[in-house]
Design a protein around this ligand. Structure first.
Ligand SMILES: *Cc1c(COP(=O)(O)O)cnc(C)c1O
Length: 224
């Protein structure tokens, strides 16, 4: 993609985020994480040069390749995809700024064990399956608060910072909105949580209106 196109795409997203967050409150700050899965290393480097600092990948392999290739840039890397157990050690070695898709108590225990061994900690979000879709990862809405607090109590090397959800995969805007509202309600009840990650290219303005303070944007930035 050309630098001009990336620049105008990014400007549009920033503008839309700005409008949406100001409707919530002047004090409501929203972080944009640019999701690179449809893009190239070159486009990520260009976006960085345009001022974007936080980037997300949904595969450990891709995160590894790209953070390695771009190691001279102080990029804030986020892991946003399902983590296979056999990739735990690789993710720990990459020490992402935030692992957003911690999606079960079982994974939390396995991750914590390896973190203890490595004498490291990791910032994580608990992923909630708030749309209640079989195809999506994440803990059930009914169990989310209990699992969050169990992880806080039993997994000292996991630093929980809040929650993440993927909006309902539906044309029905009310369904999408409901999944965001449910996630925000859970977020508001959590001890010490500061990040509510909701919203992608198709629904980030709605997510912000529902209280999201971190949006994960791929195609709106990287598609021409
Ligand atoms: C791909 C992806 C995104 C970005 O999706 P777009 O619709 O392209 O903005 C956000 N979050 C997760 C977990 C993803 O896998």
């Amino acid at each position: 993609m050309t630098r001009e196109k990336l620049s105008s795409n990014l400007d549009k997203v920033i503008w839309n985020v700005e409008q949406a967050r100001m409707m919530v409150s002047e004090h409501h700050i929203v972080k944009i994480v640019a999701v690179g899965k449809y893009s190239t290393i070159e486009d990520i480097a260009t976006l960085y040069s345009l001022g974007q600092r936080a980037f997300g990948e949904n595969q450990v392999q891709q995160l590894s390749l790209r953070s390695d290739e771009l190691e001279d840039l102080p990029i804030e890397w986020h892991m946003i995809g399902t983590l296979q157990k056999n990739k735990i050690n690789q993710l720990i070695a990459l020490h992402p700024s935030l692992f957003q898709s911690l999606d079960s108590l079982e994974l939390a225990k396995a991750l914590n064990d390896r973190l203890v061994t490595a004498n490291k900690t990791m910032n994580c979000l608990l992923q909630i399956n708030s749309a209640n879709e079989d195809t999506k990862s994440g803990v059930n809405v009914d169990e989310a608060i209990e699992i969050y607090s169990t992880i806080q109590k039993t997994c000292p090397n996991i630093k929980l910072k809040g929650v993440m959800c993927i909006g309902a995969n539906s044309e029905d805007i009310d369904k999408v909105k409901e999944s965001f509202i449910i996630t925000k309600e859970i977020y508001d009840q959590l001890e010490g949580a500061s990040i509510c990650s909701m919203g992608m290219s198709g629904d980030y303005e709605l997510a912000i209106a529902c209280g999201s303070n971190l949006v994960r944007i791929g195609s709106s930035i990287f598609d021409s």
